[in-house]
Structures are given as structure tokens and as C-alpha cells.
Design a protein around this ligand. Structure first.
Ligand code: GDP
Length: 297
């Protein structure tokens, strides 16, 4: 089962909390209000909760839902319709592909790059990493460690170097070696939003100019355990660059899985991968139907 790890935390808890509210009661306005409370305290944002409860209220009226199981099934159905962004959940299958990884420090960016590199390698694709977070001293070393672990090369410059120069070199190297997937780390300095925006713009320009034939992805890495902070990061990063998908990390051992629903709904950004551990195999493709189906089963 794809979601066996998160299920123990968020999934099990949400189901339990709803059962506690129910306790054989009939579905009336008071119960719906209590369910609303449960969703909000499960880290599902206010607007998204309102949408879910609003739709549920209508369905209760129209379809005469009465039992706990019927209500849970209905919530799962509504959630699925909110988080399903169609085909967009899959990472781009074209090659060559350039992936820019963005997100704040500590969110799991480097680890996710290592996991992604491993995944592509297992699919038989060649991978190259670019250490374009030249701001943080340890970032390059950390990426090199992942490169060694997974068995892929890393292009890096010295600390403080121009990140775009790293990208430029990585592209030349990727082209010369006929690399399938180039994954680029970037600095996570959302505090200096303007600088980061300029830096990302420059990188995007260089990729577009030097490697126009490459398909593109920009993945935002968010730490699920930070709950509402992850939501505000989605907003901030969404303002500075175009994001094609989310990698939601640390969904193991957290009761905050509700942010999957909020991010997908409020920002219209497809979740593409979830991180469920620290190992190189602990990255799962996100499947909205499976996520929604796992909520109460
Ligand atoms: P970065 O600063 O964004 O590059 O973050 P790192 O990749 O260094 O990750 C920060 C910490 O989070 C490390 O201790 C990772 O092992 C851990 N981490 C990353 N992804 C996951 C995950 O999916 N689950 C768990 N439990 N830990 C993770």
C-alpha cells in the first residue's frame, strides 16, 4: 500500500476523530459544524474546509446521507475532486528534462533530489545533478554525498559562486554526455525574496537559452510537518516563479497530511511526489484517488 506510513498518522487520526464526533448520531447541522471543526484541526485550511462541508451539506440534503460510512465516503469523494489535477500529477516523461528544485532550507530539498535521482536511475535514465545552491556552504557537499550514494555525477562550484554559472556548466555537461535528466538544487532563501526571484529568473533564462530542447519542471519542496508554514511557502514561491508541481516531504510520522488537500485546492498546484522517510527509496508518486481512498479505509 502506497500510503501505509502516513496512514498511521494523518489518515487514521482523521477517521478516528470523525468517528468520535459521530457516535451513532444523525446527520444534522450541529454534526456538520463539528465535522468542520475536525477538518480545520486536521490542518485542512479554512477555505478548503468550507468547500468540503458546503458540498457535504448539499449532498446530505439531496442524497439523504445518514450513516457515518456514507458521510466518510462522501468526504473522500469531495477531497478527491479537490486534489485531482488530472494528468499533471505525473512528472514529465520527456527527455532531456531539466528539473529546478526550489524550497526553503531544511524542507528536504537535497534529500528529495537524491531520491528523485535514484528513481530516474532505476528507470534506466541517466542523471546529472547541479549544485546551484552556492549560498550555503554545506549544500554542495550534501548533494555530492547523495550523488555518491545514488551513483550520479554532481556539477558544483565553490561557495559563493554564481548559481547561474553552475547551471550553465551543468547544461554543457548534460548535453555533452547525453544526459536524460538534469536536476538542479537552488538556494532556499525566501527571506530575501527579491534576490531569489532574480536568481531563479536568471537560471530560467540560461536554461531556456542554452537548452531550448529540454522539457522543464520546477518542483517546490514543502515540509508537511510545518503545516501552515508550508501553505505560506507555497504562496510565496508561487509569487516568485512558475511551479509545475509539489514534493511534499516528511509525510511519515506527521498528522498534518491535511495540507496535501489545502495546497492542491488553494494553489491549484499538483502534488507530484510525497516523501515518506529519509532513505533513497522513500519517495512515492502521488496518486489523488489512492490518497482520497486511503482517508477512511
Ligand atoms: P534541505 O535543507 O531542504 O536540503 O533539506 P535536507 O534534504 O537536508 O533534509 C532535512 C532533513 O529532513 C534531513 O534530516 C532529512 O533526512 C530529512 N528528511 C527529508 N525528507 C524526509 C522525509 O520524507 N521523511 C523524513 N522523516 N525525513 C526527511
Amino acid at each position: 500500500m502506497l500510503f501505509d506510513k502516513p496512514k498511521k498518522s494523518f489518515f487514521g487520526k482523521l477517521s478516528e476523530k470523525i468517528s468520535e464526533v459521530f457516535l451513532g448520531r444523525t446527520v444534522d447541522e450541529e454534526l456538520l459544524e463539528e465535522l468542520e471543526e475536525v477538518l480545520i484541526t486536521s490542518d485542512i485550511g479554512m477555505d478548503t474546509t468550507m468547500k468540503i462541508i458546503g458540498q457535504l451539506r448539499e449532498d446530505v440534503r439531496k442524497q439523504g446521507l445518514t450513516t457515518e460510512q456514507q458521510v466518510k465516503d462522501r468526504i473522500a469523494g469531495i477531497v478527491e475532486s479537490l486534489i485531482d489535477k488530472g494528468e499533471n500529477h505525473q512528472i514529465c516523461q520527456e527527455i532531456p528534462l531539466v528539473i529546478l528544485m526550489i524550497g526553503v532550507n531544511g524542507g528536504g530539498k537535497t534529500t528529495s533530489i537524491g531520491k528523485l535521482a535514484n528513481k530516474f536511475k532505476q528507470e534506466g535514465k541517466s542523471v546529472l545533478l547541479a549544485a546551484a545552491d552556492t549560498f550555503r556552504a554545506a549544500a554542495g557537499e550534501q548533494l555530492e554525498l547523495w550523488g555518491e550514494r545514488v551513483g550520479v555525477n554532481v556539477i558544483s562550484h565553490h561557495e559563493g559562486a554564481d548559481p547561474s554559472a553552475v547551471i550553465f556548466d551543468a547544461i554543457q555537461s548534460a548535453k555533452a554526455r547525453h544526459i536524460d535528466v538534469l536536476i538542479c538544487d537552488t538556494a532556499g532563501r525566501i527571506q530575501t525574496k527579491k534576490n531569489l526571484m532574480v536568481e531563479l529568473e536568471k537560471m530560467n533564462k540560461i536554461i531556456g537559452r542554452e537548452y531550448p530542447e529540454a522539457a522543464r519542471e520546477t518542483l517546490l519542496v514543502l515540509d508537511a510537518t510545518t503545516g501552515k508554514n508550508a501553505i505560506s511557502q507555497a504562496k510565496e514561491f508561487g509569487e516568485i516563479t512558475d511551479i509545475t508541481g509539489i514534493v511534499l516531504t516528511k509525510l511519515d510520522g506527521t498528522a498534518k497530511g491535511g495540507i496535501v488537500i489545502t495546497i492542491a485546492d488553494e494553489f491549484n498546484m499538483p502534488v507530484k511526489f510525497i516523501g515518506v522517510g529519509e532513505g533513497m527509496d522513500d519517495l512515492k508518486e502521488f496518486d489523488p484517488a489512492e490518497f482520497a481512498g486511503g482517508l477512511f479505509n
